[in-house]
Design a protein around this ligand. Structure first.
Ligand code: GH3
Ligand code: MG
Ligand code: MG
Ligand code: MG
Length: 324
């Protein structure tokens, strides 16, 4: 079932990823100022892990912040320093929040251990530290961390996939609808300009018919890439339908929107499209409908409708044109 889920998302199996390296080879920061105890713990841990011993809490905090550690063991009875406070600092700053922490405490210190657990320290060991218990608790925390990291990565990847068009890598229609709705609702009154372009490749069916569907796909990918290059990061570029792309220009008036559309149209026409199977390049042109938001628009659909009507006019007038 896991394998199935990960195939669906097109991502690696997070559990397999996390358990493949079963607790081996972690980088461990051991914050302990009793030399005997530090050496005993480090000796055991070094069978499987890389261990850095740091007796000074300030230096330890700096080291941990610089990153690169998978886990820290923190003595609660550092000379002249409150180990629990160090734990709290490590838990509260962004750079170290996700790093697993294990407290090392004296038997009489159980009340502070409980406080540490309360504010999110992951685990603890009581002195004298048992070697097998030490290894087991470290292994468990490292595995948990690797699993949550892998899961977070997988979730981000699948969220990304849900709003991305697989063929072109552009945003998909779902993304466009969500963001355009929000843009309209938030800024309806204030925004100086908001414009939409609908771009539709001319006679695309003929390209498919002459060169094959795969060549058509390649043309689409190149087309999408050129449109993206000709727009700015604030613009939304989304695949709207088969060979139609919508561009939302959040800061453009009509003149600027027309100019951008004209620039895209010219470039598509001027640079021939090459595809793998065909020896010749393929001439491609695009028709573009332009619309801007009107104050009386009930929603973004009204603006897109006008762009679509303008696109239809461009087609009717002979294609390879920009109309508004
Ligand atoms: P025009 O827009 O100039 O009126 O003519 P057209 O030939 O482009 O007409 P239309 O927009 O109606 O047809 C678009 C064609 O695009 C139909 C469909 O087979 C093809 N198409 C849609 N999606 C894809 C795709 O992902 N890949 C390929 N290769 N073709 C696609
Ligand atoms: Mg059409
Ligand atoms: Mg078309
Ligand atoms: Mg079309």
């Amino acid at each position: 079932q896991r394998a199935l889920a990960s195939r669906e998302f097109g991502i690696g199996d997070p559990l397999a990823l996390a358990t493949a390296e079963t607790g081996l080879d972690a980088r461990i920061l051991l914050i302990e100022d009793r030399p005997g105890s530090a050496e005993r713990m480090a000796g055991a841990l070094r069978q499987h892990h890389a261990v850095t011993i740091e007796p000074d809490p300030q230096a330890a905090l700096r080291l941990a912040t610089e990153g690169g550690f998978d886990l820290a063991l923190v003595s609660l009875d550092l000379a002249g320093f409150d180990g629990l406070r160090l734990c709290s600092q490590l838990r509260s700053q962004d750079a170290t929040r996700a790093m697993p922490l294990i407290m090392v405490a004296e038997e009489h210190d159980r009340a502070r251990v409980v406080r540490g657990l309360d504010f999110g320290v992951h685990d603890f060991l009581m002195r004298p530290v048992d070697r097998n218990e030490l290894m087991a608790r470290v292994r468990t925390q490292v595995k948990r961390k690797r699993f949550t990291d892998a899961l977070r990565g997988a979730m981000q990847a699948s969220l990304q996939l849900a709003v991305t068009d697989a063929l072109t890598g552009l945003h998909n229609r779902r993304y466009l609808d969500n963001h355009l709705g929000a843009l309209f609702a938030d800024e309806a009154a204030r925004r100086p300009g908001l414009a939409a372009l609908i771009l539709d490749i001319d006679r695309f069916k003929a390209i498919n018919d002459s060169y094959g569907h795969e060549a058509g796909d390649e043309v689409l990918r190149t087309f999408a890439e050129r449109v993206r290059q000709d727009t700015r990061p604030v613009d939304i570029v989304a695949r709207y339908g088969g060979e139609e792309i919508v561009v939302i220009l959040p800061e453009a008036g009509l003149a600027e929107a027309r100019a951008i559309a004209e620039r895209i149209r010219e470039k598509v026409e001027a640079l021939p499209f090459s595809v793998q199977r065909a020896t010749r390049t393929i001439p491609v042109t695009v028709s573009i409908g332009v619309a801007i938001r009107h104050p009386e628009d009930a929603g973004p659909g009204d603006m897109l409708k006008r762009a679509d009507i303008a696109l239809y006019r461009a087609k009717a007038a002979g294609r390879n044109r920009v109309e508004q």
